[in-house]
Ligand binder design. Sequence first.
Ligand code: ADP
Ligand code: ZN
Ligand code: MG
Length: 480
Amino acid sequence: MNYEPVIGLEIHAELLTVSKNFCACSANFGQEPNTSVCPVCLGLPGVLPVLNKKAVEYSLRTAVSLDCRIPSRSIFARKNYFYPDMPKDYQISQYEQPLAVCGHLKIMVGGRERDIAIERVHLEEDTGKLFHEIPGSSDSASWIDFNRAGIPLLEIVTEPELRSGKEAKLFMAKLRQILTYIGVCDGNMEEGSLRCDANVSLRRVGEQTLGTKTEVKNVNSFRFLQRALEYEIDRQRKVLEEGGRVVQETRLWDAAAGVTQPMRSKEEAHDYRYFPEPDLVPLVVEESWAAGIKAALPELPDQKRERFVERYQLPDYDAGILTSTRELADYFESCLQFYPQAKTVSNWILGELLRELKGSAAGVGACPVPPQNLAGLLRLIANGVISGKIGKAVFQEMYERGLSAETIIQKRGLTQITDTADLTIIVDRVIADNPEPAAAYRAGSERTFGFLVGQVMKASRGRANPKLTNQILRERLKQK
Ligand code: ADP
Ligand code: ZN
Ligand code: MG
């Protein structure tokens, strides 16, 4: 029997606001535990929440980037449940009237474009964090840090339109790219500022109704998202093939074991008793506000990629990598201001720079080679001061020591030998030291010529100008 996987994602993104969603506490990551708290975010009696306008603005920025419809009015709701990391015993969220609905996000899957519908985007607040083990301590206590309680959290829910673990991963990667481009979330899945719950079910191919789903939690990387879903799809398929029924439940991904484990069943599921939050008025978003945010959006990844292909005549592959983060795209375009050969600059970024950055385009912001230095190096190569090969070694040193190409070349005496007299001395010595290959060349072996060029390069420590070397070597071999 052929089964088709059906996947819908619920994504949570912590917004990069300065303060929390309903109080003035700092939302900075990594502060001393329980230092960024106040009566509001600790849920003490008699306090009132005040909505953070910036959080709404970031939510709207996300909504317009995802092509959502933004109703003029949305409502905050209390989601009631008890868990020690949530001091109020309810989370302020949105339920029946969310901030945005009916969005879209395009992903490329194996060269084919897929348009994934987004059901809703709503604004809520994060919880505190529980620790059950303190590094270096043998205490068998649990600890709570409330610094994160009340940080604005955006929930993005897709329609069940993803069809494989790989599609889910590509969707998540694309969403992360957009969130970081528009500057609303740092996208750090390991630290939990971007999280994802994956809902998955199977149904027979051709069937329209949805099968019973499970919800997989605790996937904190793209790789794990794909693997957890693939595991879960496999597990459900086996259950169905053996004539069993999938149980509706929440399951936890166990990364170490590579399996999902049951966490709670439908019977144990919470009844959240949602009701409108009486302490907050409805959120009214005037059309002009949303329109202004849309007009001020930065260029999004797909647009930038297309522009790079058209304006700089780059292959789509290059443009895709260069626009993978906004920082890398900006780096590339800054280089072009100093050295306007797009393809050459692209080759160096894709090859040498990303190698040094270990493939992570995110690190380019703190890169020790500023754009003007890379451009300076490329100019020295183009002007024949050093060879391309030496250029690569120079680049590595520029990266390690934060120096300009000129400084390194001067210090190490790496300038190219372009003086005919100097080169002739080296060529003559190589011919004298290699009588047999020289004789073989004269007898017609072209292959030996390459060997002799190599010897000249070696003798000059790579500094001989290649074109001139070829020319002088042929002349001198003819003469003797
Ligand atoms: P719940 O009531 O369990 O929260 P929702 O209907 O709100 O479920 O949907 C939550 C997420 O699960 C959405 O992303 C949705 O697309 C997805 N989803 C819903 N039903 C299914 C299903 N049968 N199989 C796979 N995903 C589903
Ligand atoms: Zn507070
Ligand atoms: Mg739901």
